[in-house]
Ligand binder design. Structure first.
Ligand SMILES: C[S@@+](CC[C@H](N)C(=O)[O-])C[C@H]1O[C@@H](n2cnc3c(N)ncnc32)[C@H](O)[C@@H]1O
Length: 355
């Protein structure tokens, strides 16, 4: 059993990408995205707002030279594990080691001390403190990235709403009847989830014979020229409320920044997020300028934007803006698509393709 657990499969397509729960993930739309882009001629691509890496992975399976980017560190580690990494996998021995508390090491207790009763139980916080520090001491960058990937996914799947936006451990622990969520998943041990996600990552890793990279930059600072730029920024709804990813996933950034975490925590807020500023991509009155800057910067590339019919700016405003830089803009609609975590069933997923 031990060896077969970590055997990779032989064939890769986007279905090999691990199932994750992340706001705005395009995993369920990969087939549709692939069909809409198949007539375009390109070899190199940048996924400027990479998130889970699902779309980068689609491009990787198509044999493109892929650059993944996201301004959150934890996300770029996922890009390193699944996109940049072509062959490194974790062995059973690696996993056993990172799950074992070493008697020779003095462990810090940052999560136990700062997040009691907020996201996880005391016992789970202790597990997180130990395993996070064990992962930090792995020297191979790809092994480390795969381990972090599995840790992030385990953290997300054990959270009500799959987010870190509230102090709501009580939703898991209170003995009440629930109309939402999955208590069995929340209560399954970290170790069990962690091992399962490692297996999934191990099976997803492959070499497309290209040199692919993962970056951790602001979209506007990314260097280089690419045949195609894929843009899937944070979504702002029609009433102007945007998704601030750093606020939703600060706990995962904290795991990556473990030794510097305490200095960054905002103790004035009950759920103890990391102090951050909202970027222009989350502000209704600034996002059009942000789109303009990115379109201008990448005007020589094919520009593909993932969008929604009910966002800010409106679809027609965005099309008009893209036409400033590209000769033609085609719009494709996916039909009815309901996002994970979204209550709005009328949302339609859109692709704008500027050539
Ligand atoms: C809609 S999600 C992308 C989802 C992704 N396509 C997927 O399938 O998982 C938007 C992403 O943009 C990232 N982001 C937000 N502001 C950014 C910025 N200024 N530069 C780069 N990435 C940014 C967020 O961290 C988030 O992961």
């Amino acid at each position: 059993m031990k060896t077969e657990v970590f055997q990779p499969s032989l064939l890769y397509d986007f279905h090999s990408f691990p199932k994750t729960r992340y706001q705005g993930s395009k995993l369920k739309l990969l087939q549709w995205i692939s069909e809409n882009l198949k007539s375009l001629n390109f070899d190199s691509v940048i996924d400027l707002f990479g998130g889970t890496g699902a779309v980068s992975y689609l491009f990787k399976t198509q044999g493109k030279i892929v650059v993944y980017n996201d301004n959150l560190k934890f996300n770029s580690i996922i890009g390193k594990a699944l996109i940049e990494n072509s062959s490194t996998r974790l062995t059973y021995k690696d996993v056993t080691k990172m799950l074992t508390q070493s008697s020779r090491k003095k462990y810090k207790t940052i999560i136990q001390d700062n997040f009691h009763d907020i996201y996880y139980t005391d016992e789970e916080n202790k597990w997180l403190d130990v395993v996070t520090q064990n992962i930090h001491s792995i020297s191979d960058p790809y092994k480390k990235a795969i381990a972090f990937f599995a840790l992030f996914q385990a953290c997300i799947i054990k959270r009500p709403y799959n987010l870190f936006h509230r102090k709501n451990l009580y939703m898991r622990t209170q003995n009440v009847s629930r109309s939402f969520g999955n208590k069995t998943t929340w209560d399954k041990s970290f170790e069990e989830h962690f091992k399962k996600f490692i297996m999934e990552a191990n099976e997803a890793i492959f070499d497309n014979n290209m040199s692919n990279t993962a970056l951790n930059m602001d979209a506007m600072d990314v260097p280089g020229n690419y045949d195609l730029v894929y843009i899937d920024p944070p979504y702002i709804n029609s009433s102007g409320t945007g998704v601030h990813y750093a606020e939703f996933y600060h706990f995962l950034e904290g795991l990556v920044e473990y030794n510097n975490w305490i200095g960054q925590i905002d103790y004035k807020i009950k759920h103890r997020p990391i102090k951050t500023n909202k970027s222009e991509w989350c502000k209704a009155d600034e996002i059009l300028f942000a789109f303009n800057d990115v379109f201008k910067k990448f005007r020589k590339s094919i520009i593909v934007v993932s969008y929604r019919n009910d966002g800010t700016p409106s679809l027609s405003e965005l099309k008009e803006l893209l036409l400033k830089y590209k000769k033609t803009v085609e719009i494709s609609t996916s039909g009815k698509y309901k996002y994970a975590l979204s209550r709005n069933s009328n949302t339609k997923e859109i692709l704008l393709i500027g050539t």
